[in-house]
Write a protein that binds this ligand. Structure first.
Ligand code: SAM
Length: 258
């Protein structure tokens, strides 16, 4: 899969994606991440890429022309108009299912805004998806773009090896993941749950499932509505269709007792 990040700060993108799983996937040729410097496409002799907002108000607005030309340079090279995401707090909030869906694309352009944002006319011309990474405002789109590259890349076949497999991960099937433990058996006076050392795979699976449901009920009751639970599980954990988050929240103490 090929990512093209349209940015005023290409070094931010490139340095952050050299390490660990994403860095390895790039070396294996499963991914490419190209940071396209919008400033390289300005016609301004001082390399300016922003200007004052029409109508007044604070801050600056990124101009349409350099962004459009940077976009067109990619389109011309690859011979098609790929899906193009504008990272914006005004977009729909990014989810694991979006990551899976976007991982089907061969090419993806990510546009990072700055200052007060981007001239609306170029957004209308090139953007197919408006995505936010959460209900808060950041100074620029680079961190959100990196969040998308990371989450989407993990869904590209071959990127996760067995060692970092995401099969039973949080949000798969709308449940959070169960708690994890590793050696030593006892740390700081706390023992790892004995069931995990029992070698009984059925019991381990059932303990993990129970923990996942309890944890989701406690931390993210909103997700439980969508979770794939059996009728028995719904009865045991007090989950009923149409319930509201607040009705289901169990206290952490309640979870720990179980
Ligand atoms: N004036 C804009 C507004 O109210 O929608 C916010 C601009 S913000 C200071 C600058 C840039 O950061 C945005 O253009 C966007 O690319 C990025 N950004 C900020 N918060 C974001 C978020 N929650 N998700 C995705 N991108 C975000």
């Amino acid at each position: 899969m090929h990512f093209y990040v349209l940015t005023l700060f290409p070094d931010m993108i490139l340095h952050a994606l050299e390490e660990s799983i994403i860095g390895r996937a790039k070396q294996k040729g499963l991914l490419t991440v190209e940071a396209v410097n919008i400033r390289d496409y300005t016609h301004d002799r001082h390399q300016k890429t922003d200007d004052y907002p029409y109508g007044g108000g604070a801050g600056m607005v990124m101009q349409a022309q350099p962004i459009y030309d940077a976009y067109r340079s990619i389109v011309q090279r690859i011979g098609s108009r790929p899906r193009t995401v504008y990272l914006t707090p005004q977009g729909s909030v990014f989810s694991q299912s979006d990551a899976k869906e976007l991982a089907q694309e061969a090419h993806l352009i990510l546009l990072c805004g700055h200052y007060e944002g981007v001239d609306e006319r170029v957004l209308e011309e090139i953007v197919t998806d408006y995505i936010s990474i959460g209900d808060y405002v950041l100074t620029g789109g680079e961190l959100p773009a990196m969040v998308l590259v990371d989450a989407i890349s993990r869904m590209v076949p071959g990127v996760l090896t067995n060692a970092d497999s995401g099969e039973s991960e949080s949000l798969e099937g709308s449940l959070l993941e169960y708690p994890q433990y590793t050696r030593p058996y006892e740390w700081n006076g706390k023992k790892a749950p004995d069931v995990l050392l029992s070698g009984d795979h059925a019991k381990i699976e059932s303990w993990r499932r129970e923990q996942s449901i309890r944890r989701t009920k406690r931390n993210r009751p909103d997700l439980l509505k969508k979770a794939d639970l059996t009728i028995k599980e719904k009865a045991v954990y007090g989950v009923h269709d149409g319930m509201k988050g607040a009705e289901t929240g169990a206290s952490p103490e309640a979870e720990n007792k179980n």
